[in-house]
Design a binder for this molecule. Structure first.
Ligand code: UDP
Ligand code: MG
Length: 327
């Protein structure tokens, strides 16, 4: 198998047929053996039905049906676990990532790279708030992580078998795949493209899902927020100590003091605020730590047409449980 295309699906009934047509058209020109892996992430519409219909007519269509909505990053992870291609493309189902770019990505990969990601030159049909928060997030992330995670880049990319195998050995529960791929290293490059509008349907990425992704990216690849908690703790304690000396001086030496309600309130509120921030930051890391200690499987497959025997066992079953199949 030369190429696996991984497509996470969450309520994409309006786009599946057109996506399939465009992908098949483009891949036919490439003249390589390929599979299309549709990962149905708990859709509540007709998406699964449509994908199953396609798989009956085209043996290259594989589907993985989750038992519920596990989220986009987990859906992609399942695709990576079950993909058999020598190269793997990750692409959104809503045609915001043009399938027509795949031949160029594929060609670039064969120029001696292990990762070719697609970088958005522009993005259409997205709210100003989304574009702004995305831009801000990528820049904050770039400035606080030690590895260089490319800015303005989603998961649309092609990766080689080497990188897929490396990803399968990374057992973390809170996935931020583009960060993991940067962390893995090897020769990486990019192509630029204009991100289209969503073809049909509505976005499945709610603000709470975006915030979770952003926090997973930050906590997974940076300890800067923890350092921020420590440093702000020191700064505030320092200020508080100076104010304390000043208060003692006024009280016992100068004997000039006011009933200090205002200053008391200000310092209590300020200290309380800083403490809560610090505790919150620690909590974010702690919750991820406990998720990893639990070692639950990342996802449960309720149905698939990929035979379990064709799948390599998890690289490290002790730390990574690997796919769970319906019995
Ligand atoms: N998606 C998913 N699970 C989710 C949300 C989204 O598998 O919980 C899929 C969705 O079907 C699409 C891709 O992830 O293929 C990107 O989602 P979307 O287009 O909604 O995100 P946006 O482009 O708005 O950031
Ligand atoms: Mg989209």
């Amino acid at each position: 198998m030369d190429l696996s295309i991984i497509i996470p699906i969450y309520n994409e009934e309006d786009n599946i047929q057109m996506l399939y047509n465009r992908l098949s058209g483009v891949l036919a020109l490439l003249e390589r053996s390929y599979e299309l892996i549709f990962v149905n992430d708990g859709s509540r519409d007709q998406s699964l039905r449509l994908v199953k219909d396609l798989s009956e007519r085209d043996a290259r269509v594989r589907f993985i049906d989750f038992s519920r909505n596990f989220g986009h990053q987990i859906a992609v992870t399942a695709g990576l676990d079950l993909a058999q291609g020598e190269a793997v493309v990750i692409i959104d189902a809503d045609l915001q990532d043009p399938p027509e770019l795949i031949p160029q990505l594929y060609q670039k990969l064969h120029e001696g790279y292990e990762v070719v990601y697609a970088r958005r030159r522009s993005r259409q049909g997205e709210s100003i708030a989304k574009k702004f928060t995305a831009k801000l997030f990528y820049r904050i992330l770039a400035s606080i992580t030690s590895i260089s995670i490319p800015v303005d880049t989603g998961d649309f990319r092609i990766i080689s078998r080497k990188v897929v195998d490396a990803l399968k050995q990374m057992p973390e529960q809170n996935k931020f795949i583009r960060g993991q791929i940067s962390w893995i290293g090897y020769r990486q490059t990019y192509l630029e493209y204009d991100r289209a509008e969503r073809a049909g349907g509505a976005t499945g990425y709610t603000y709470s899902k975006m915030i979770r992704l952003a926090l997973d990216g930050i906590t997974g690849f940076s300890n800067a927020p923890l350092k921020f908690a420590t440093i702000s703790g020191f700064v505030v304690s320092g200020i508080a100590f100076i104010v304390m000396l000043y208060t003692l001086y006024e009280r016992f030496v100068a004997h000039d003091y006011q009933p200090g309600w205002a200053s008391l309130m200000v310092s209590i509120l300020f200290l309380g605020g800083v403490q809560l921030i610090a505790v919150g930051i620690i909590g974010e890391y702690l919750s991820r730590l406990s998720a990893n200690v639990r070692q639950r499987p990342l996802y449960i497959i309720s149905d698939t047409n990929i035979p379990a025997t064709s799948i390599a066992p998890a690289a490290n079953p002790a730390t990574h449980p690997g796919p769970v199949f319906p019995s």
